[in-house]
Design a protein around this ligand. Sequence first.
Ligand SMILES: Cc1cc2nc3c(=O)[nH]c(=O)nc-3n(C[C@H](O)[C@H](O)[C@H](O)COP(=O)(O)O)c2cc1C
Length: 175
Amino acid sequence: MNTQEAIAKRKSTRSYTSAPVPEEALTAILQAGFAAPVAMARYDSLHITVLQNEDTIKRINDATSEMFSRRMGVKRNMDFGARTLLFVSTTTEGLLPEMAYANVGIVVENMVISATDLGIDTVILGGAPRIIVEDETLMEELGIPAGMKPVLGICLGYATTEEPPKTHSITVNRV
Ligand SMILES: Cc1cc2nc3c(=O)[nH]c(=O)nc-3n(C[C@H](O)[C@H](O)[C@H](O)COP(=O)(O)O)c2cc1C
């Protein structure tokens, strides 16, 4: 698959089979994250957590579903069944917050496109990290380094059903 194909093929998958992500694929996806450009080359401001512990995944999913119900008034099951989750954390120390958060997005997108290229489905998670930062036990359990906070997560796995990618557009002006 070439890069344009991987970009076009990527989509958010919210239902995964129990098939594990091969270790070699996970390594390649992490390497894609390491290859991302980072403002002021502050790679030390970032950290990636690989989460495969079933109990911890369940607690995060339950708490995220509960948060959605409480804050948005809609009942949404956030347990997509993924057995491998990644979380990207950052510190804003010595970096403009905008740059720190942009770094996370860029690392995440590199990993998501790499996963798509390897035939692995993904969805980016913005809600679950909000739960983790509010829970000291989860922060410790996930080994988030002191001074850092998780900003985005990624579910990795294989979709239960084949769905085509959606098409989107963003307004553009030319000056
Ligand atoms: C920063 C960010 C946070 C997101 N957070 C969530 C999330 O918490 N839960 C979820 O199901 N999808 C989440 N998404 C996925 C978007 O909803 C999805 O990308 C968008 O609806 C477009 O659909 P597509 O990815 O299938 O093209 C997030 C995406 C981004 C980029």
